[in-house]
Design a protein around this ligand. Structure first.
Ligand code: NAD
Length: 356
């Protein structure tokens, strides 16, 4: 089978880590008899430099025509002084919206071999973390009405959700829970916000269609606390755009390294946008220090969610597990280890050896 993948390498370490993931996909293609056709497009700072805008129409068209999209990261100090609507990150919001990607899926796992890197207390880390967060991505306060009063002394942003928007992400979360430990924690602020009360009632209604899955509701302030106190309790989390933004960063930190965590943004179709959760790391771009694992695991998520290639996705994940268990480290996850840190290319080589 042939799959066309649009590549948005982006800025900073983006090109290095996307190329690493492409090498892994090529090896998977050879081993399991698939053809991956890679089509690169510009987005972010590199697009601004070449075309004057962060998201050229050609990029939108290319992503919509592809079977899936793999993204590195965008942004960097070179473009920091540009006004908001011209900045590289605008490309990211634009492509998510153009592709109708309303669900952001972020797994967070604490690898036993990296438990010492977690900022959690050892007895809490020992219980492990294996959760996946479903964050609503194109609604809520980030997209609601906003403004300032004429005198500039007051500003407002609006949190607004419809039943339809809540239902579609709740279904995605419950379906995922069925394939995992069958528990959904819905996070809101229903003791204060009307939009959260609608969220809670709607999720409860959706839950009736999944009697085999347990639903738990949690207030966001408690959830932030539970994430460091007892994170092993979480299986699938479903939450709004802003709460998910904050909690998913917290979840990523308790696992120890930002360089390990993948993500997927999906909508109604199987086409999605797959990307590491970290940024373009301009401080290490071009030094070979980038950890490619988050992007390689994002490619694994693409195989699973976009192409239903579960065996192939697992082959990548198991190769990553094996390499980490054997003690191979890039500089960002070196911790107290005395091992020589591997470069981006060397880490990719080790992973390829365990796949091929
Ligand atoms: P960052 O995630 O790029 O970097 C934070 C720290 O983590 C840095 O020290 C960096 O070296 C390290 N790091 C990140 N990824 C790594 C990897 N794969 N391997 C090893 N170390 C890694 O966050 P930042 O510094 O706040 O942002 C830098 C730029 O990235 C900014 O322009 C920001 O807007 C942009 N950004 C883009 C995205 C995206 O494209 N999705 C997300 C976040 C930030």
């Amino acid at each position: 089978m042939t799959y066309t993948i649009a590549l948005l390498r982006g800025d900073g370490i983006g090109p290095e880590i996307v190329d690493a993931a492409c090498r892994v996909l090529e090896t998977i293609g050879e081993r399991y008899d698939h053809t991956f056709v890679f089509k690169p497009y510009l987005m972010g700072g590199c697009a601004i430099d070449a075309t004057g805008v962060p998201l050229p129409q050609e990029t939108v068209d290319g992503c919509l025509a592809a079977d899936s999209v793999l993204l590195g990261a965008v942004g960097g100090p070179k473009w920091d002084s540009l006004p908001g609507h011209q900045r590289p990150e605008k490309g990211l919001l634009g492509i998510r919206s153009a592709m109708g990607l309303y669900t952001n899926i972020r797994p967070a796992r604490l690898y036993p071999s990296l438990a010492a890197e977690s900022p959690l207390r050892a007895d809490i880390a020992a219980k492990g973390i294996d959760l996946v967060m479903f964050r609503e991505l194109i609604g809520g306060i980030y997209f609601g009405k906003r403004g300032r009063s004429e005198d500039g002394l007051t500003a407002y942003d609006t949190e607004e959700y419809s039943v339809y928007e809540i239902e579609r992400i709740a279904h995605a979360a419950f379906k995922a829970a069925r394939l995992r430990r069958k528990k959904v924690t819905s996070i809101d602020k229903a003791n204060v916000l009307e939009s959260s009360r609608l969220w809670r009632a709607t999720v409860a209604k959706v839950a009736e269609e999944y009697p085999d899955v347990t639903l738990e509701n949690m207030l966001v302030d408690n959830a932030a606390m539970q994430m460091v106190k007892n994170p092993s309790q979480f299986d699938v989390i479903v939450t709004s755009n802003i709460f998910g933004d904050i909690l998913s960063d917290e979840a990523s930190q308790v696992t120890g390294s930002i360089g390990l965590l993948p993500s997927a943004s999906v909508g109604d179709s199987t086409r999605g946008l797959y990307e590491p959760i970290h940024g373009s790391a301009p401080d290490i771009a071009g030094t070979g220090k980038a950890n490619p694992i988050a992007t390689i695991l994002s490619a694994a998520m693409m195989l699973r969610y976009a192409f239903s290639l579960e065996t192939e996705a697992k082959a990548i994940e198991q190769a990553v597990d094996a390499v980490l268990a054997e003690g191979y480290r890039t500089a960002d996850i070196l911790g107290a280890s005395t091992a020589m840190p591997l470069t981006c290319t060397e880490m990719t080589d080790r992973i390829l050896e365990r796949i091929g």
